[in-house]
Design a protein around this ligand. Sequence first.
Ligand SMILES: [Zn+2]
Length: 364
Amino acid sequence: MTHLHASRHFSQSYSEARAKFLVAAEAAGLDVKSHAHPMLGREGESLAMDVLRDGPKDARSLLIVSSACHGVEGYCGSGVQTALLGHEAWRTAAHQAGVAVLYIHALNPYGFSWWRRTTHENVDLNRNFHDFHAPLPHNVAYDELAALIVPPAWPPAGEGEATLQRFAQERGVPAMQAAITGGQYAHPEGLFYGGHSPTWSHVTLRHVLRDHATQCDRLGWIDLHTGLGPSGVGERIFACDDDAAALQRARAWWGSKVTSIYDGSSSSAPLQGLMWSVAYQECAQAEYTGIALEYGTLPIMEMIDALRADQWIENHPDAPEAQRAQIKRQTRDAFYVDTDEWKQQVIEQAFDAAQGAVRGLAAR
Ligand SMILES: [Zn+2]
């Protein structure tokens, strides 16, 4: 499949991205169900999780393609969804394989619009899928570093930075990454906070899955992310329970380079409360196989520094406007490389992954 002018599917704001998605849906003759978010966006626009199904209600095989689990990362995922939806040959191939495709546009529309990775609850949606009646995980290393990760002043004091660097030197960068990004439940004004209850996006996603994913026998899921790994490279991160048969399926569909957080092959640290765990709960009747398709943007410490600054700004609404504008721009840039070349790479790898999923899900 050729993908000329991939960049035309991408946008500069949530409202532009949403409009492109809705236009593509209309052109394809498909109905969109919009789940309205309770808050407004950065331009005063309304926000929604928009859901569209391409294929029959009773399809035995269902592929979910979802964007903006992490808000601002949706610039990438939305572009992919709009490109897929507008591609006649891809849609025909899925139909002929008996695979219905469920597009979930903007799982976290608030973060998408406001250039935040988190939901309006300041929660990392991909750390929010816990049984909140059970004890939550305790991230001791985050506790140790919390006051340095999001310090009282920005730019941060040299002393605190030196302590963070010492931590990285003594325990290694992977340990540092795990401490900061692994998820924490004790610092609601910190980073990678998983929350103490299901967020709006969490609850809404469960409704969407109940509407669409409780009849299929086979369920595939490609959840689009950005921020980890080399720029423009789409890492296929295994997104299932630690199960050998599921990993084998994932590698059959998406290639031997599918990485895993369970064996240290992924650029992601081991994480808790992951969103895909909902597939086992809401779609227990189906054989589930999923990946996070994670596109690189910046070196990891630059990405983390952008998030630290962004959280600091969030915690300091009185910060000077010029500083706020600079930090917000930096946040978007950390999760969206606004170049034709990057977008082309994104689209090519996404089509490849989507085609692999359809082949894997095709009726056997
Ligand atoms: Zn992400």
